[in-house]
Design a protein. Structure first.
Length: 365
């Protein structure tokens, strides 16, 4: 039987670059993306700031990511679409492979990055090169976040009560583990062989702005598949990381990282807070996944980059008396990769100091 468990689909650098280049082209000047393109152009003004220690040429290495390369050339990596230019004489010019050479040139006084590919690669047919698409560098290092994407989750406020649930465990047991059966009920339970993640409903996520519950932590329990249909149906647990309990929920999650993925600053001011970190870590660092109390209704979109600010501590004023709150300090950068109306998932791209729950996020300066 085939188990339909949560799926992770990687972002290829090519898909990101393909859209990035299209944003720079005249073809969309009057199309539906014209507003986005003009918004990005407005952010950069007359010139994009380069990293002071940028190279003039860089040979791409295995393990590089597009974000890291962008940071190598640019002070602000989310401006990469402004400087990337396609070489039409190269096969698959939207993809970057280990061994490719990126060259910094200036056109009318403005920096551009151009791709040079070895002569042998240029002669490859599209069919042959297409077999090696998995070798192209990715936007982010997927292997470092794959476990978070497949196992960590946050449930929206109204979502938790609608999920199927464990009503009892076979033979009257109070807990279940891998190899055990549990009886499950709920709307929309799949057919025999259909797979689910089992999650325990954890603490509510509170928006610090209005104390409203915006979601719940979903604590990963394990994975199972429907062994027998009916009401209740039977779920066979094939893998567990903690005990399954009565009331745990069945969660069917296909976590698609968007292919059309353009890291960029929001077109408007966005200000919010980090309200949760996947896996409950107390100190947050690079490539950790966090949840924000801002979503689509606040203007956030997939690919938006926000600055992280460590919330200033409130301390006593021992000279004049009373108390004073210290100013917020910059702590890093994050990128939104999945959005809901009131919350969003984001990946920490850079951490210059320790990051904590309730640190602030806002449109980068």
């Amino acid at each position: 039987m085939k188990i339909s468990l949560p799926l992770i689909r990687p972002v290829t650098a090519g898909m990101w670059l393909l859209l990035a280049v299209s944003l720079s082209s005249e073809a969309i000047a009057s199309g539906p993306r014209a507003g986005l393109a003009s918004g990005i152009a407005a952010q950069s003004g007359s010139a994009v700031a380069l990293n002071p220690s940028h190279p003039d040429r860089y040979v791409v290495k295995r393990g590089d990511t597009l974000w890291d390369i962008s940071a190598m050339f640019l002070r602000d990596p989310w401006y990469w679409p402004e400087i990337w230019r396609v070489n039409p004489q190269v096969e698959n010019p939207h993809l970057i492979y280990p061994g490719d050479v990126l060259v910094l040139v200036y056109i009318d006084g403005k920096p551009q990055i151009r791709l040079e590919r070895a002569a042998g690669d240029e002669k490859l047919s599209p069919r042959i090169r297409s077999e090696d698409l998995s070798e192209a560098i990715m936007t982010i290092p997927l292997e470092t976040i794959a476990a978070f994407l497949s196992k960590g989750t946050v449930l929206e406020r109204d979502q938790a009560d609608k999920l199927p649930y464990i009503v009892a465990i076979k033979e009257g047991h109070l807990i279940a583990g891998a190899g055990n059966d549990a009886y499950v009920r709920g709307a929309g339970i799949g057919p025999v062989g259909h797979g689910y993640s089992v999650v325990h409903i954890g603490e509510p996520l509170i928006d610090p702005d209005d104390d409203d519950v915006v979601g719940y932590e979903g604590i990963f329990v394990g994975e199972g598949l429907i062994a027998r249909s009916g009401d209740p149906a039977t779920l066979h647990l094939v893998d567990t990381q903690r005990e399954a309990l009565e009331g745990d929920r069945l969660y069917e999650q296909e976590f698609n990282i968007p292919l059309q993925f353009i890291p960029r600053a929001p077109e408007q001011e966005v200000s919010g807070s980090i309200i949760h970190v996947i896996n409950g870590l107390s100190i947050i660092g690079q490539y950790h996944i966090v949840v924000l109390n801002r979503g689509t209704q606040h203007g956030l979109e997939v690919g938006h980059v926000l600055g992280i600010w460590q919330a200033g501590e409130k301390i006593p004023d021992r000279t004049e008396g009373g108390s004073v709150r210290l100013p917020d300090e910059p702590a890093g950068t994050l990128m939104v990769f999945k959005t809901y109306p009131r919350i969003s998932y984001a990946l920490i791209m850079e951490a210059t100091t320790d990051i904590h729950i309730f640190d602030k996020v806002k449109t980068p300066d």
